[in-house]
Design a protein around this ligand. Structure first.
Ligand SMILES: C[S@@+](CC[C@H](N)C(=O)[O-])C[C@H]1O[C@@H](n2cnc3c(N)ncnc32)[C@H](O)[C@@H]1O
Length: 262
């Protein structure tokens, strides 16, 4: 099997943004089969940024998908945000969100974040603030030597990525190759925030099952350390094995904050 072709074609042909948003992003509770995965992720993304140590001018989010939930908290700590995704259909969905024509509401996500931030901002104002910071919706392919080609950008001050590496890589060797590409896009001294799954086998979008990379916590930590990062914060939660999950398989979720030191 041609691993690269398998992953790419699968996403191009079968990743349906409308079905994905409906299944996992209808509201802040996420998909009930996944327990409190979504609230846990939003809480921890808020908490790592609220500490105030992660700041920079330009932020790149890698593999944004059709959803902006993972950059809401981060956007308060940078001047400009670049979103990116591999599939044209996801980038089109992000463009629709940006111009206000998307038939999907992220209101409960913004409500959650403004409540946490406690500044009295309304969800709609916070959504506008995020829109104003978006500088680009870029095509990206982490399997290419230059993932953002034909565009070239100076290295970013901060990079975030959520549930993307697990999707791109099919084993821990691929995971390491993709991690190195991400490393090259970040300034030395800059911070990386990775939200990911460990022990993951796959997830459904509609009726289509997408394979994902089965990496352990040790493999994830070892990969980023080898890429030249100091892991400065690590939070994880095990999945609830007593729950019948018909949409995804994973052992746990994590949020990692790491500083590029070389
Ligand atoms: C499970 S979705 C995650 C979306 C979103 N970031 C989230 O947290 O829900 C995986 C994303 O990885 C993207 N992807 C697939 N292959 C890729 C590649 N070769 N390079 C970069 N992104 C890729 C997909 O288009 C998809 O949006």
């Amino acid at each position: 099997m041609n691993k690269e072709k398998f992953g790419r074609e699968d996403y191009l042909k079968y990743f349906d943004p409308v079905a994905f948003l409906k299944m996992y992003h209808s509201d802040i509770k996420g998909n009930q089969d996944e327990g409190d995965l979504m609230p846990w992720k939003m809480k921890n993304l808020h908490d790592v940024f609220a500490e105030g140590k992660l700041t920079g001018r330009r932020l790149l989010d890698i593999g944004t998908g059709p959803t902006i939930h993972s950059v809401i908290s981060a956007s308060n700590y940078c001047d400009t945000v670049y979103l990116s995704d591999f599939t044209p259909q996801n980038r089109e969905t992000l463009r629709k969100w940006l111009d206000g024509s998307l038939q999907h509401s992220f209101k409960s996500f913004f409500q959650y974040v403004v409540d946490k931030e406690g500044k009295g901002t309304s969800p709609s104002c916070r959504e506008e603030e995020l829109r104003k910071k978006i500088c680009g919706i870029l095509p990206i392919d982490l399997l290419l030597e230059e993932p953002l080609a034909p565009c070239y950008f100076p290295r970013f001050d901060m990079v975030t990525t959520s549930f993307c590496l697990d999707a791109v890589a099919l084993d821990h060797v691929d995971y390491g190759l993709a991690a190195q590409k991400i490393t090259n896009m970040l300034k030395i001294g800059g911070h990386l925030v990775v939200c990911g799954l460990h022990g993951s086998c796959g997830f459904k979008v509609g009726e289509h099952v997408f394979r994902s990379c089965h990496v352990s916590v040790e493999q994830v930590k070892d990969t980023w350390t080898r890429c030249g990062f100091d892991i400065v914060d690590w939070r994880e939660q095990e999945s609830d094995k007593t729950r019948r999950n018909t949409v995804s398989t994973f052992d746990g979720v994590f949020v990692m904050v790491a500083k590029r030191v070389r």
